[in-house]
Design a protein around this ligand. Structure first.
Ligand code: GAP
Length: 488
């Protein structure tokens, strides 16, 4: 039960201190949609930046991309999403609530595109004995049915040229359809990856636990292209890299584990898949997917090559040859327009893909929950967020002890000197102890106080968030001191 209280505490801190608000709250809120407040937006920016730094900036073999959310409908036909991206659900005849069949069986996984209605029902056991999670009625379900997860919208202003388009359910497909563009415009050579961070949308049947599973969310995905036969090596490589990323950003080791998917659990495109799971504080503590690392084989590039070929045939049948973008005359699909000529191997092939796919919002929740702490200090409860410095929304807060004797001027000038380097906060209101506590709750690693001694010897007090230790540092050395401590 303590775990459950912890999630509630985090949710309440997030609202109280401006990390996360419910969307459209003054209108009663919109279910499973959230807005990031002043502290939340900084935290989320830092999570994104940490991912980008590790996956793109620090590597020679990964480049970035930023694709549109709306894409040609044929992209989703070729990828399989238009036909297969669905959950198998039942509806309670008593209260009309829809529930995923696999969730009735106790599962909590992501979308079940690869599970047929029969398989999902078999896994759930007899529906006659299952209870509706909303009203508790037993065995009052409709027959299982498919529920499409993609949001549809219309594109185009004129009635005769409007077209049905979808909001992307994953960012990955933007990368696959730009594979050729990236090859032709850069000097990348296999093995290499293309990374992207962006919004995805899924009309989830069951949303869950604050920002854990929402209908609009942000993904950070890498598609790493490699030669078939080397895929197992790169799968292991990325599995470890991604696990270490969470550890290096402060997630406690005991709260993180791998879960390898069983063969009958694998998505239709995957040869192997492992989840990095985090022990989230739902119920009495729940291991849940934080990120998936999948071996997608050559499935996606092959599918898009096939999709282009179908489209080209259609243009040919209409005599409209100018519309054909990449001609595909190869007999062997390994030699088609999305294949790669490996100069070192003197061989042409469709690359295999290893895909680490993380959720920015879900990681943000894990970082919040893991950093949250409460401790007793002099008979009072101190709430704090023990964020890794790279993730802390504010790196340093600067205070004058009192609003007189020239202290605000000195504190302001330190603040002005530091704010160009990292996010800082200036505060001169209220007792200094209360200002420290507010920064503890925001997860600020350092507070700097200008006091009477500053005018005498040019030193300031530096207080550490985690230990509450205070030391005196020369004001003109503060920048160097913080840069070193923050690793910047
Ligand atoms: N391209 C592969 C893919 O999309 P996924 O397992 O469906 O795989 C990857 O999603 C990650 O995206 C998940 O591990 C999770 O972190 C995040 N994610 C997926 N659905 C989500 C949702 N409804 N709300 C929040 N995050 C979600």
């Amino acid at each position: 039960m303590a775990k459950l209280a912890k999630l509630d505490d985090v949710v309440s801190l997030c609202k109280r201190r401006g990390f996360i608000f419910q969307s459209s709250e003054i209108y009663g809120g919109l279910a499973s949609c959230y807005d990031y407040g002043p502290l939340g937006v900084e935290l989320k920016r830092n999570v994104r930046a940490a991912w980008w730094k590790s996956v793109v900036q620090m590597r020679d073999d990964v480049v970035g991309l930023d694709c549109s959310i709306l894409m040609h409908p044929l992209v989703w036909k070729a990828s399989g999403h238009a036909d297969k991206f669905e959950d198998v659900i039942v509806e309670c005849k008593k209260c009309n609530t829809r529930t995923r069949v696999d969730h009735l069986a106790g599962g909590e996984g992501e979308h079940t595109t690869h599970v047929s209605a029969e398989a999902a029902t078999a896994a759930a056991g007899s529906l006659d004995s299952q209870k509706c999670p909303a009203c508790g009625a037993v065995g009052k379900f409709t027959e299982p049915m498919a529920f499409k997860l993609m949001f549809e919208t219309q594109m185009g202003a004129n009635v005769d040229d409007t077209m049905k388009v979808w909001l992307r359910p994953e960012t990955a497909q933007g990368i696959f359809v730009n594979f050729r563009n990236v090859l032709d415009s850069t000097r990348v050579k296999i093995p290499f990856g293309i990374a992207q961070i962006g919004k995805s949308f899924r009309n989830e049947v069951t949303t869950k636990a604050f920002i854990f599973r929402t209908r609009e969310f942000e993904q950070a995905e890498l598609e790493f292209f490699c030669m078939p036969g080397t895929d197992e090596h790169w799968y292991d490589h990325w599995k470890q890299e991604r696990f270490n990323w969470y550890l290096n950003l402060g997630i406690k080791k005991e709260n993180l584990r791998f879960r390898e998917h069983a063969p009958d659990e694998l998505a239709h495109y995957a040869k192997g898949c492992v989840d990095v799971e985090y022990l989230f504080p739902f119920g009495s503590g729940d291991w849940q997917e934080l990120e998936g690392v999948a071996n997608r084989t050559d499935y996606d590039l092959r599918q898009h090559q096939r999709g282009m070929r179908t489209l080209n045939s259609w243009y040919e049948s209409k005599g409209d040859l100018s519309k054909i973008k990449l001609k595909d005359e190869a007999e062997d699909y390994h030699k088609g327009p999305l294949s790669y000529f490996d100069e070192q191997e003197k061989n042409r092939y469709i690359p295999y893909v290893i895909e680490p796919s993380a959720g920015i919002d879900r990681s943000t929740l894990a970082f919040l929950v893991d950093a949250y702490d409460e401790e007793e200090v002099k008979g009072q409860t101190r709430n704090l967020l023990r964020f890794h410095p790279d993730l802390a929304p504010i790196k340093a807060a600067i205070f004058p002890l009192v609003k007189k004797d020239g202290m605000p001027d000195i504190a302001r000038s330190i603040y002005d000197d530091l704010r160009g380097l990292f996010t800082c906060f200036y505060d001169e209101k209220g007792a200094v102890g209360r200002r420290y506590r507010r920064q503890d709750e925001a997860g600020t690693p350092f507070c700097i106080t200008v006091d009477g001694q500053t005018k005498e010897d040019g030193t300031v007090t530096v207080r550490q968030r985690d230990s509450m230790e205070q030391s005196r540092i020369a004001a003109d050395k503060i920048k160097t001191y913080l840069r070193e401590k923050l690793g910047m």
